[in-house]
Design a protein around this ligand. Sequence first.
Ligand code: TYD
Length: 141
Amino acid sequence: MSQSNSQFDENVRLVDLPVISDPRGDLTFMEGGRHIPFDIQRVYYLYNVPVDAERGGHAHRELEQVVFALSGSFRMKIDDGKTKRDVWLRSPKKGLYIRNLIWREMDKFSQGAVCMVLASQPYDEADYYRDYEEFLAAARK
Ligand code: TYD
């Protein structure tokens, strides 16, 4: 399913950030609990990503995230256990909110793309589902 005809829901949706436009350049900001629907506990980013790389391939038990393409673009393949959809991120002012129990894969990175992720919890490997069947069983409960 493509971005244009997909129904976004309470599990996955686009977050629009403010832009302060100026001849000297655009400025975008975000505040946890206001623009981002959780307290931001962690920020990480992907860069130097080869254009043929595939990342993600997991879901989270509790973690919520908002993902941005700060520069360039990439595709996010989103799967809630029932419906699969593709979302292209290509704007630094538009993030993708992803709730827990959503499988995600990322690919089609443009040259020089930078992916920034805001997370609701510190890193915890125990929070990951890295096995798709295990995720499906949890998501369908
Ligand atoms: P992973 O989440 O699997 O990356 P991606 O989904 O982008 O493919 O993480 C890759 C590795 O980095 C893994 O060994 C865990 C480690 N890592 C941390 O130590 N802290 C973090 O905040 C993140 C996101 C990953």
